[in-house]
Design a protein around this ligand. Structure first.
Ligand SMILES: NC(=O)c1ccc[n+]([C@@H]2O[C@H](COP(=O)([O-])OP(=O)(O)OC[C@H]3O[C@@H](n4cnc5c(N)ncnc54)[C@H](O)[C@@H]3O)[C@@H](O)[C@H]2O)c1
Ligand SMILES: O=P(O)(O)OC[C@@H](O)[C@@H](O)[C@H](O)[C@H](O)CO
Length: 445
């Protein structure tokens, strides 16, 4: 094992595990994969993958047919609470890379981007690590810090963390939460981390929905194998990576990954145009009764909303306009793939953490340009409606911070809900008025 992954979910199997399997030096890079948590869903995944020795079928689903491929890069499979195994891998000098896909919520960032030290689970983990730097812990930042403590003790040398979640500047973001946590645990350990751990920054892109029983049946029909760990993804895939690596790494570039000095222009385009549009459809499209992205793409009203969103978001990107137009054309084709069942309620999860990343930059940019239109605030208004019970069912890691303000007359609720996303924006009367008007248009009284 030379690579450890935290957050064994759908996306990792369609993306990083696939790139690693297709690297020219793949034979040197077995992955030990851990789920982020130990939920019932995680246990089912672990059981399915273990029963297949880590092998699984990747279904690449184009509009005109499926391609089936067995991915062979996962060598060990663990539940998130198998702490002794986690420490043992991180203490092994052969292990030189840690990748993560733990969702935006998993980094436990507060409003300033640093570690949210007011959260109970963070406090509990800090106390545990103060007593014993390798104690069992539950949060991802604490697991990484405990792993680094084990690595330091073993003298196993430097390594690189490669975050693969939809967070802008994800390398700096994870470095910050690690440093915030380690400084509260042990200054010596913090020093070691600063000297030995490097963080890559990545933009990741490949639409990967939750697989369905029909997907498992498709694998069985085509290959004769009953594969309960199969994953469906789209043909399009992108991985843009920047940053130095502390030691060795898989040659992901041989599988198509792009190494660059600045991920930000690609990251902004992806987060604003793809993920922003996804969130728009998740909230506004589900209010119109749509269940999947492809359903919404058959609705001319949703297409008009997307058009308005893309005009607004793309004009603030630094990449050439012609490239952005091509990206947008490709998005229309990707979203409309009629054979992908990408559920809007899956995309809608954790909106309070996603909207500040995917939607608010465009709202601020358009506000600064004096161009605040209904098309720009629609994702925010639709999220307000979603929180007040319209469209897709709400699931949000921060629900307790804003749900108490969601009821009552719309104007007051809009102001308080916006405050939960961005206090400054909530003070802007033009924004508040535009969101109220658009929420009314979407059916709120
Ligand atoms: N699915 C996609 O199309 C896609 C594409 C690009 C990027 N991503 C990124 O990957 C992330 C995961 O997507 P997925 O489709 O694999 O989801 P998933 O639900 O299949 O897997 C999520 C993984 O994260 C872990 N996790 C969830 N909450 C956590 C928490 N609070 N702390 C620690 N671990 C936690 C889970 O245990 C699981 O291992 C997304 O949130 C996104 O940032 C996904
Ligand atoms: O994965 P999430 O929950 O951050 O966001 C849901 C979708 O917008 C996302 O998964 C996209 O499909 C993906 O980012 C495409 O690369």
């Amino acid at each position: 094992m030379r690579l450890v992954h935290l957050g064994l979910g759908n996306f990792f199997r369609a993306h990083q595990a696939w790139y690693t399997a297709n690297a020219s030096n793949a034979a040197e890079w077995g992955i030990a994969a851990f789920t982020g948590r130990s939920t019932k869903r995680s246990r089912a995944r672990v059981a399915a993958l273990r029963s297949q020795d880590g092998l699984y079928t990747l279904i690449t689903r184009a509009a005109d047919g499926d391609r089936f491929e067995v991915v062979r890069s996962i060598a060990r499979i663990h539940l998130g609470d198998e702490h002794a195994a986690w420490l043992a891998y991180l203490a092994d000098p052969q292990v030189q890379v840690v990748t993560t896909t733990i969702t935006e919520a998993g980094y436990l960032r507060g409003p300033d981007g640093g570690l949210d030290v007011d959260r109970a689970e963070v406090t509990t983990d800090i106390e545990a690590l103060r007593a014993d730097a390798m104690a069992p812990v539950s949060t991802a930042p604490a697991k990484l810090v405990a792993g680094f403590a084990a690595r330091r003790l073993a003298g196993a040398g430097p390594l690189t963390v490669v975050p693969c979640d939809n967070l802008p500047g994800n390398g700096a973001a994870v470095a910050q939460v690690i440093s915030d946590l380690a400084e509260r645990v042990d200054p010596e350990l913090l020093r070691w981390i600063r000297d030995n751990v490097l963080y890559a920054t990545t933009m990741v892109d490949r639409i990967t929905p939750e697989p369905t029983p029909e997907d498992f049946a498709a694998v069985e029909a085509a290959t004769g194998v009953r594969d309960r760990a199969a994953i469906v993804t789209e043909p399009f895939t992108e991985w843009v990576i920047s940053g130095e690596f502390a030691a060795d790494r898989p040659r992901w570039e041989d599988a198509g990954a792009i190494f660059t000095t600045d991920v930000a222009p690609f990251e902004n385009r992806k987060l604003w145009m793809l993920n922003g549009a996804h969130s728009l459809l998740a909230y506004a499209g589900s209010i119109r009764g749509h269940v999947t992205v492809a359903d919404a793409m058959r609705d001319p009203t949703c297409l008009r909303w997307l058009d308005e969103w893309w005009v607004a978001s793309s004009r603030h990107l630094s990449l050439p306009a012609a490239e952005n137009a091509a990206y947008r054309a490709a998005l229309i084709e990707r979203f409309a793939n009629p054979r992908m069942q990408h559920r809007l309620d899956q995309i809608a999860w954790d909106g309070s953490l996603k909207l500040p990343i995917r939607v608010l930059p465009t709202v601020r940019n358009e506000l600064a340009a004096g161009a605040l239109t209904s098309g720009v605030v629609r994702p925010l208004a639709a999220w307000v409606c979603h929180v007040r019970g319209s469209g897709a069912k709400m699931t949000d890691a921060r629900a307790e911070d804003f749900l108490p303000f969601a009821g009552g007359p719309l104007p007051g609720a809009v102001r308080l809900l916006l405050r939960a996303l961005d206090p400054e924006l909530a003070e802007n009367e033009a924004v508040v008025a535009a969101v109220i008007a658009e929420a009314r248009d979407l059916g709120q009284l």
